[in-house]
Ligand binder design. Sequence first.
Ligand code: UT7
Length: 370
Amino acid sequence: MPAEIVGLGVAVPPYVLTNADLEELVDTNDQWITERTGIKERRVAGKDDSTALLGKRAAEQAMQVAGIGVDEVDLLIMATATPDYTLPSASCILQLELGMIRGAAMDVIAGCSGFVYALATASQFVDSGAATTALVVGSETLSRISDYTDRGTCILFGDGAGAAVLRKGDAGVRAFSLGADGARSRLLMTPAGGSRFPATSRTVAERRHYIVMEGREVFKGAVTAMAASSLEAIERSGLAPTDIDLVVPHQANQRIIEATARRLKVPMSDVVMNLARYGNTSAASIPIALAEAWEQGQVRPGQTLLLTAFGAGLAWGSAVVDWTLPNPAEPAAEEPTQSALPIVRGLLDGSLWEGADMLPPLRNVPEAAL
Ligand code: UT7
């Protein structure tokens, strides 16, 4: 019996960074960004938000839809490239925030393919009976590692989170195909801050803690790998490409998605797109797109979906999912938004962090355990 998606949730920060705002920060313009990427705006996490806290809001929604409490989750997998800390895992910080004191928690780091990797992993645990209820969260605060002086990258990325609850059911994750090629790791990376090149005053002065990318090469790799892994996942599912009702691709670049759809012979009307509003949210992009499309009725029970992603690693992955979760009566009301420009200025000069607490809160810890 496959792992069925029985709950979905989404959380995005209320702060919006428009293309016009980026024109004030770097030498770019709305026309270039729109034509080359399809992105019009992206969200930026506020000072008091974080990868785990965004993940918490998405996870709580997903658990509410599934009708379960956090004590029923026995496997939590967090897909992220921007964990709150390098140690411990982001999933353990999310556990703390959710008040989850049982079950296993681990992170999956596979760049923008993180959610597909995490979904594939969780589905194996559920399918085999090793876990009864899995919570899979894709959450990112890419604004924290985006260089707002580099027009080649900062225009792309945004923050947000999406979550799914998995349980054994009659229909669900049918098949997947995962792949990676570490030989091309230099094409998309954050050079400093890891154990090979720890933080020093020099790495900070040289701005080495931000994403660097060879965009054109990544672009080419994305189209080839997303199309090939999609076809492999479809073949493994025992279906034909024509059986796919809807594609939910990683939202990296409109041109990448269009080129992939052409290779798969899927019309763009059967492709979920929300890139214009959120940009590239890495491991969060597929669950955000999925949850929104489901809320709006574009994803419906009875459909067979193809999820496909590509990103840092380089790593890629695709999954074929039979959809069963009934749509909500109406989409959730949109939160009012504000400009993210003051936050980005605070990221640039570091003033955002003045007075901020570095340590996570000590919550839900029984006194005896302290
Ligand atoms: O999530 C998975 C990982 N990421 C991706 O999938 C991203 C993959 N790559 C891309 O989406 C695209 O490569 C980019 C959107 C990043 C760049 O688009 P491109 O069409 O590949 O542009 P390019 O890097 O080849 O640059 C073309 C020109 C250059 O100027 P010259 O040398 O031709 O004079 C750039 O300097 O565009 C210039 N340029 C810009 N101009 C205005 C680069 N960024 C900007 C900008 N505004 N923001």
